[in-house]
Structure formats: C-alpha cells, structure tokens
Write a protein that binds this ligand. Structure first.
Ligand code: NAD
Length: 244
C-alpha cells in the first residue's frame, strides 16, 4: 500500500512476522532492532525478497535519544512514519517478592517508556498529515493478569490504558490507535516455559494450541488498513479464545 511502516523489535518473532506481512502489502518497512543486527538484516532481506523496500534501524526503545534518532533517520530514508507498530518487548518469570528494582525498571522501560517514546516521536508528522495508525502489542496477561509475571502484566495493562487514552486525544487529528492483546504465541519468548506449562496453556486455550506469529501479523495489517477505518481505542484479543 506504499506506506512507511516502523516496527519495533522486528528482528525476530512477532515483529519479524509483522514486518513480512507489511512487506507483502507493498509497504516500506523500517525494521527496528536493539542488539541482533544479523537477524534484523535477515528480516530486511526477506522483506526485499517480497518486493518491498526495507531497511534496519538500531535503537533501544527504552532510550529516548535512541528512539528520536531512529525515527529521524527512518523518516529521512522513507518519509514520515504512517504506521507505527510498538512490538518490542521482554518477558520474565519471577515471584513478585523476588522482582528487583532493576527488573521492574527494565520491564517498564522496554514496554511503557518504549511505547511512550515511539508514539511521541512519530506523532508530530502524523498530526501534520492528519492521518496515521499506531498499533501497540499488549498481551492477554494485561487483561487477566499472570502469576509470576506481575511486572509484565502491569506494563501490558498500562499499554492498554495508553492506547485507549491516546486514541481519544488524537482521534480528532485523524490518527487511529489500537492494541493487539495476543494469547500464547509460538516464539522464542516462550522458550523459557517448560513443556508441562506449554501443554497446560494449550489445554486452557479453546483452540487447543499456541498461536502463530502470522496470526498476530494479519491482525496488525487489518488494524493498519482501510477495513478498520472506524476502529480506534480498541484492544483486539488474538488469543484462541483463552479469554473472552
Ligand atoms: P521475542 O523475544 O521473540 O521478540 C521481542 C523482540 O523485541 C526482539 O527482537 C527483541 O530484540 C526486541 N527488543 C527487546 N527489548 C528491546 C529494546 N529495548 N529495544 C528494541 N527492541 C527490543 O518475543 P515475541 O514473542 O515476538 O514478542 C513480541 C511482542 O509480543 C512483545 O511485546 C511481547 O510482550 C508480546 N507478546 C508476546 C506473546 C507471546 O506469547 N509470544 C504474547 C503476548 C504478547
């Protein structure tokens, strides 16, 4: 569709699938990565193989200076960001009483500060254009809470609040802001779960399996596309029916 799409944390997992899905739509894909340049290059090469323009942009989303520099460079390369997907994230399983100050800061920095900085960096151009889409990747744990992932659940709930409030604020400027709340998706993030926990999560999911990264990517493409032009401030569950 010839849009400039910036996806954070797009070197692997859900972010990579989202980059490929927008590339297949014919968009220009700005692939953010933090440390794994080789994987980001591979994502970009796979996007180009689909006929799209794609470049990689390094930034730690938890660092305001990095994010603003990345957006400046991406806009210089491809033009103003028209679709932002805030996907970068980390997970950690710990008893609440064992969560350290550093764990808490890393979790809030990556998810909440990261989403805040990226939205602030792209919004001026979107407001000027009176158009734009922001898609935040939350989690069903932000809706229902996960034991031993209190900090993760808290930031994912925070992303949902940010989504709803920002949608109200920038709706009059023609910008749509939505979130996707995935259920359990088969990525390296879940490699830290043991086989028994994975099987129990599959059992609890009405569709009896983990989701695929492509199933989140297709929701992101929908929320960026013409078919969702009257949808904003919503949290779209893509969770196999795990929570309703
Ligand atoms: P993943 O670990 O495979 O990918 C996360 C990506 O984010 C990686 O490329 C990583 O390098 C990047 N990242 C982490 N910190 C960063 C930082 N500070 N700056 C820039 N990039 C950074 O995990 P995934 O499963 O693909 O997760 C993608 C998103 O989906 C995350 O926000 C995650 O919380 C969310 N999510 C995942 C699941 C799941 O079951 N996999 C479920 C719900 C929500």
């Amino acid at each position: 569709m010839n849009r400039t799409v910036l996806i954070t944390g797009a070197s692997r997992g859900i972010g990579r699938a989202i980059a490929l899905a927008f590339a297949a739509e014919g968009d220009r894909v700005a692939i953010n990565y933090h440390t794994n340049e080789a994987a980001a290059r591979a994502t970009a090469a796979d996007c180009r193989a689909l006929g799209a323009q794609a470049e990689i942009f390094r930034a730690d989303v938890a660092c305001r200076e990095d994010v603003f520099a990345m957006v400046r460079t991406a806009e210089h390369t491809f033009g103003p960001v028209e679709v932002l997907v805030n996907n970068a994230g980390i997970a950690q399983q710990k008893l609440f009483t064992d969560i350290t100050e550093a764990d808490w800061r890393r979790m809030t920095g990556t998810h909440l500060d990261g989403t805040f900085y990226c939205c602030q960096a792209v919004l001026p151009a979107m407001i000027r254009a009176h158009s734009g889409r922001i898609i935040n990747i939350s989690s069903m744990w932000g809706q229902t809470g996960a034991s031993c992932e209190v900090h993760y659940s808290a930031v994912k709930a925070g992303i949902q609040g940010l989504t709803m409030a920002l949608a109200k604020e920038v709706g009059p400027s023609g910008i749509l802001v939505n979130a996707i709340a995935p259920g359990v998706i088969d990525t390296e993030m879940n490699a830290l779960l043991d086989a028994e926990t994975r099987a129990a999560l599959d059992d609890e999911t009405p569709l009896c399996r983990a989701g695929r990264t492509e199933e989140i990517a297709s929701a992101a493409v929908f929320l960026a596309g013409p078919g969702s032009s009257f949808i904003t401030g919503q949290i779209l569950g893509v969770n196999g029916g795990f929570i309703t």
